[in-house]
Design a protein around this ligand. Structure first.
Ligand code: ISL
Length: 604
């Protein structure tokens, strides 16, 4: 049945299909081989056609009732995950970790954090996912390890320890090394003095996250070994944490003039990053049918092809960072920008990133993750009357772009920012350390808390809301981070029952993307660029044409459909369709849109 369905799809798109019965075997032929109207020429890949669902394990489901989500909890929800229609999971780190930074401080790369279970649990999860046709992508955090990793414990013992050169050290007798900025340090200083050897070590993130020295070939071999360990188990890919940062100039010079005031860009442009990724690809990825997605922190349009063009043989995709800067402001982006973001900026950024992959490479599209506040609070409108349509609108966008969509758990039921007002409620070191820094400086703590209520990472980490029982059905014990009190209305059980829920719309959108390969590969063209209320674009191939129109405001709007587009069937809409909303006025087609209304039409 599946085979016939895919043959049909490929016939529709004019490609020959070589379907082998699992979603890993999408053929590698060009999608536009017989399709001269497409400007692009994409080879089909399962990871381009996937919808990825990100799970933050600490917050998903607690099976052993200690207040912390775990692997058995995820296993207990596999049928729910399957019901979403998604086909890849990205799992945030589950490795052994002292949990200074939500598991991004790893003390053993080949073991499971007992908070989350053990290796048998992991194997059962992988099997359960694969049985359901879902692939598993793990988090690879190898710019740094934990200071509790045995490598670092050895490294800091003496200057001639065999592991010394696994990390970046600077002998204190040479004076203080040149300034490097740390993301999470209370003093924002990335050099930490270590008394045992009278030296400083480098940590771009917290003090407990020393940076690994990729310049040492032994470190690279260790990383490739651990990657092979997981691939041999059958995992299907890696999301690579801050991967552009791995290469460093080990003379640690003063920041070149062009990077002054922008240390992130400097970190992202180390001299050997591409050599390392090529080596990694050749030694590891080239041996498996797996996907890789880099966290593209600091990367610019001009860097894109170098990372992901097929012939570069480095990564498959990366997350661009421009769009998640939208709506943030103030010092270090730790405050909300007054007035939020401008739709014209949103459109410009996503259109620009589409165009960079128009001919080569492949992109990603996402509006939230474990480092961001909730999608609907940020890019939609979480007021009770608008949360439902604006969440659906955002899914219409995410699932109709030419890029692999990444969806963050909980967004499918409209989970929104918890907006803590008391510093005691926060658990994230980013918020806590910055608060301490400001306190020391005598900064405005009230204003900081106001900003964090909108932009803190903990907004995106509150426990999953399963039902309206105690702690939202997440755990019988006090959860590690407070549950959003709106859980009595916003929860999975409720959403499953309600045919007009965000959840049910999300599932329909996922299905629509699966049924219309044009939404994956078709050419993207932005319409009405300057319109600050409506986002409209077409997706076209020679076999199908789609028009996507979304009203990003809380007011009704009208939109003039360009004369060359005559909308046909309405494929999906986020309001119940009672009447045709296209009016012909003086020969022009006008579309009447309700607040946050989103529609996808086909057209000839
Ligand atoms: O979270 C951020 C802003 O609020 C980012 O600056 C973040 O630190 C950056 O995107 C890197 O993120 C990744 O590496 C960090 C970890 O804390 C994040 O969770 C991870 O996604 C260090 O490993």
């Amino acid at each position: 049945m599946k085979r016939i369905y895919f043959l049909f799809l490929s016939l529709l798109l004019g490609t020959s299909c070589n379907w082998k019965g699992s979603n890993s075997s999408v053929n590698s032929e060009s999608i536009s081989k017989n399709d001269s109207s497409d400007s692009s020429s994409f080879s089909r890949k399962w990871w381009k056609e996937a919808v990825v669902y990100q799970i933050y394990p600490r917050s998903f489901k607690d099976a052993d009732n200690n207040g912390i989500g775990d692997i058995k909890g995820i296993i207990s929800k596999l049928d729910y995950i399957k019901s979403l229609g998604i086909n890849v999971i990205w799992l945030n780190p589950v490795y052994s970790s002292p949990n200074v930074d939500g598991g991004y401080d790893i003390s053993d790369y080949q073991n499971i954090n007992p908070d989350f279970g053990n290796m048998q649990d992991f194997d059962a999860l992988l099997k359960g996912l694969h049985e359901r046709g879902i692939k598993l992508v793990m988090d690879l955090v190898v710019n740094h390890s934990s200071d509790q990793h045995s490598w670092f414990k050895e490294s800091r013992k003496s200057r001639n320890n065999p592991y010394r050169d696994y990390y970046h050290w600077w002998p204190a007798e040479k004076g203080k090394p040149n300034k490097r900025w740390s993301f999470f340090d209370v003093n924002q200083d990335a050099w930490m003095y270590d008394k045992a050897t009278n030296s400083y070590y480098l940590h771009y993130f917290a003090r407990a996250q020393p940076d690994l020295k990729w310049e040492n070939p032994k470190v690279r071999e260790e990383v490739y070994n651990l990657m092979n360990f997981w691939f041999k188990k059958g995992v299907d890919g890696f999301r690579m944490d801050v991967i552009p940062f791995i290469s460093k100039d080990t003379t640690y010079p003063v920041l070149p003039e062009m990077y002054k005031g922008n240390f992130v860009d400097y970190y992202a442009h180390g001299p050997k990053v591409h050599d390392y990724l090529k080596e990694m690809n050749q030694k590891v990825m080239s041996h498996y049918d797996v996907m890789t997605v880099g966290e593209g922190i600091g990367l610019k349009i001009g860097d894109a092809q170098d990372y992901v063009a097929d012939d570069r043989k480095e990564l498959n995709m990366f997350f661009q960072f421009e769009s998640i800067g939208l709506g943030k402001g103030g010092r270090d982006g730790k405050y909300a920008a007054p007035g939020g973001y401008k739709l014209t900026d949103f459109k410009r950024i996503f259109s620009k990133w589409d165009s960079v992959f128009e001919k080569r490479g492949w992109g990603t599209v996402y509006l939230g993750n474990h480092d961001q506040s909730r999608m609907v609070s940020r890019f939609g409108n979480d007021k009770p009357e608008f949360k439902n349509p604006s969440s659906k609108l955002l899914f219409t966008f995410l699932l109709s772009m030419r890029a692999t969509p990444y969806v963050y758990f909980g967004d499918e039921i409209g989970m929104s920012n918890i907006r803590f007002t008391d510093i005691k409620d926060y658990r994230d070191l980013e918020t806590l350390n910055y608060y301490e820094k400001l306190k020391k400086e005598g900064g405005d703590l009230k204003e900081f808390l106001k900003g964090q209520a909108e932009v803190s990472r903990d907004n995106g980490r509150t426990p999953m809301q399963w039902d309206n029982s105690l702690n939202a059905g997440f755990s019988h014990a006090q959860p590690w981070l407070k549950v959003n009190p709106n859980y009595s209305q916003v929860n999975v059980a409720q959403a499953e029952k309600d045919s007009s829920s965000i959840l049910n719309y999300f599932k329909k959108m996922v299905q629509l993307r699966k049924d219309h390969l044009n939404l994956v590969y078709g050419k993207y063209s932005l319409l009405d660029t300057a319109n600050n209320s409506i986002y409209a674009y077409t997706r076209t191939s020679s076999k199908e044409k789609n028009l996507i129109v979304m009203n990003f405001t809380d007011k009704p709007m009208v939109w003039n459909i360009p004369g060359n587009i005559v909308p046909g069937d309405l494929l999906i809409g986020n309001y119940p369709t009672t009447q045709n909303s296209i009016k012909n006025i003086n020969g022009s087609n006008i579309l009447v849109l309700k607040p946050y209304e989103a529609k996808i039409y086909s057209f000839k």
